[in-house]
Design a protein around this ligand. Structure first.
Ligand code: ADP
Length: 256
């Protein structure tokens, strides 16, 4: 657990906008450890996605250094799985083939890829939907396929999730969070999960890093030692949620 997977040191990021430079990340330093489930929590515009894109290798920080397993991040790679808000499934492939796809691209043999995809689809509760096409799935199922597709990649020791369930209604979102936690408990990975939802962060994470905007910077870094499975209505859960809200208030952070 103490092995660092990501070490971001003094990261600044600027975007060029119509009104000049936008300081999206301000001197952000953060270490993410092996098998940690870390949520980055903060209001819209505080630089959460920017940080995730830097780790994904989609953009380079303006200044500062980011190491992944002791090496600088030069671009995207199969060592990171990414799940965005849009599940972006291949419409012409079945559920099983969507999940197999990345494995086959990574050089897996067909049989091994099938076994691996089936195994992960079982964990996310889609073992009986493997031959359906995306248009035959509910919104929640599509997101479970997207999670399965990222999780199937055994080389991806780090999973990056950018508000993957935020467009889903509250009831289905809770079910998806349950599936995600179950998957993580069954097959642990390092997860960096971006959200602006306090309850989601308390439910999922064992560490919550709060960012504040303008410019995006670290407000506080909290451990969440609530035992799993977590009960959203328990006094202990509500106490952690209050603590997070209190920290946000103390640091002048508000969420919409
Ligand atoms: P969050 O994910 O917390 O909502 P972002 O990382 O998306 O925040 O954005 C941080 C800041 O950078 C915001 O002010 C946003 O408007 C700005 N920003 C994000 N992407 C771009 C871009 N491609 N060009 C210019 N400004 C951007």
């Amino acid at each position: 657990m103490d092995i660092p997977v990501i070490e971001a040191v003094d990261v600044n990021h600027f975007y060029e906008g119509q009104l000049g430079w936008n300081h999206a990340l301000d001197h952000l330093s953060l270490t993410i450890r092996h098998n940690e489930f870390l949520c980055i929590l903060g209001p819209s515009g505080c630089g959460k996605s920017t940080f995730l894109k830097i780790i994904a290798g989609l953009i380079q920080p303006s200044t500062g250094s980011v190491l992944l397993n002791d090496r600088p991040i030069k671009g995207p790679g199969l060592d990171r799985g990414v799940v965005f808000q849009d599940p972006a499934l291949f419409a012409w492939l079945t559920v099983l083939r969507n999940v197999e796809f990345g494995l086959l691209m990574g050089g897996w043999k067909r049989h091994a890829a099938r076994d691996r995809a089936m195994h992960v689809l079982e964990i996310v509760g889609l073992a009986r939907q493997t031959s359906l096409y995306p248009f035959q799935l509910s919104g929640g199922m599509k997101h479970r396929v997207a999670v399965a597709r990222a999780w199937a990649l055994t080389d991806a020791a780090l999973l990056l999730m950018d508000e993957p369930f935020s467009a889903i209604d509250a009831i289905n979102r809770m079910a998806l969070q349950d599936h995600l936690v179950r998957t993580w408990l069954t097959e642990q990975r390092t997860v960096l999960y971006v959200t602006h939802d306090i309850e989601e962060a308390v439910y999922l994470a064992d560490r919550i890093v709060i960012l504040k905007p303008s410019p995006g910077r670290l407000a506080c870094d909290l451990r969440n030692e609530l035992p799993r499975p977590r009960d959203r209505h328990s006094a202990a859960f509500l106490a952690v949620k209050s603590r997070v809200m209190e920290e946000m208030r103390r640091h002048g952070v508000t969420t919409e």
